[in-house]
Design a protein around this ligand. Structure first.
Ligand code: ATP
Length: 207
């Protein structure tokens, strides 16, 4: 199974990196793709440019090979719809299982995503615990009730369609908090890789 970890990464932080690694290990994924969105459609525009967000992610991923930067959303003009991303991955990988990785907060809002009903047709949904995470209601709760599985082995037996909840280390780190700290002239050290912090300070991305 290939993991698909999309995000704004404005900036990437240890909440993304540690959870991506844990899901990759827990589910024995062949690879975990990290995909920065060029234009996230269901939220306000990122503060840093697509190029800067890509550079920060590349710095964060240096020296390891389990988490892989995938630039397909950056290369695609217009809003970065996850359904388009999963379709292009499906075309590349045939019947190999795909796992779309989402924090609980993102999963709770899934029914606001473009053509969201198609997402579970194209991939499994791997929902990670997140501090302050919202309990799914409405469509997300229904997806969980209808498609939820407790045994991760089942994910490997079909290409898409199941929902699995992954327990990951609770890291109450958010990009919003880091941007707020930077704007207020406070330190963000130890919340994200030092190379990423140096980059965003040097380029005055969030001042
Ligand atoms: P922002 O604060 O700008 O909303 P964010 O920190 O939530 O950003 P995103 O790039 O929007 O980061 O998140 C991408 C994905 O990573 C989402 O599915 C989100 O739920 C998940 N995620 C981000 N931070 C954490 C964390 N600390 N623990 C678990 N999941 C996380």
């Amino acid at each position: 199974m290939i993991g698909v970890y999309g995000g704004t990464f404005d900036p990437v932080h240890y909440g993304h990196l540690r959870t991506a690694l844990e899901v990759q290990e827990q589910l024995n994924l062949e690879a975990m793709l990290m995909l920065p969105a060029r234009e996230p459609p269901h939220r306000e525009a990122p503060q840093a440019s697509p190029g800067a967000r890509r550079d920060m992610l590349a710095l964060a991923l240096q020296g390891q090979d389990r988490l892989v930067l995938d630039e397909r959303e950056l290369a695609r003009p217009g809003p970065s719809y996850m359904v388009d991303t999963l379709e292009s991955l499906r075309a590349e990988h045939g019947e190999r299982p795909l796992g779309l990785v989402l924090g609980e907060d993102a999963f709770a809002g899934l029914d606001g995503w473009h053509q969201w009903q198609r997402l579970p047709e194209l991939a499994h949904l791997l929902v990670m615990t997140r501090p302050g995470g919202v309990r799914p209601t409405g469509e997300a709760a229904r997806l969980l009730a209808e498609r939820g599985v407790a045994d991760p082995a089942r994910l490997h037996g079909r290409p898409a369609g199941l929902v699995y909840q992954c327990e990951v280390t609770s890291l109450a780190i958010s990009a919003t908090a880091i941007r707020t700290q930077q704007a207020a002239g406070r330190s963000s050290r130890y919340l994200l890789p030092e190379a990423v912090l140096d980059y965003l300070v040097e380029h005055r991305l969030y001042c």
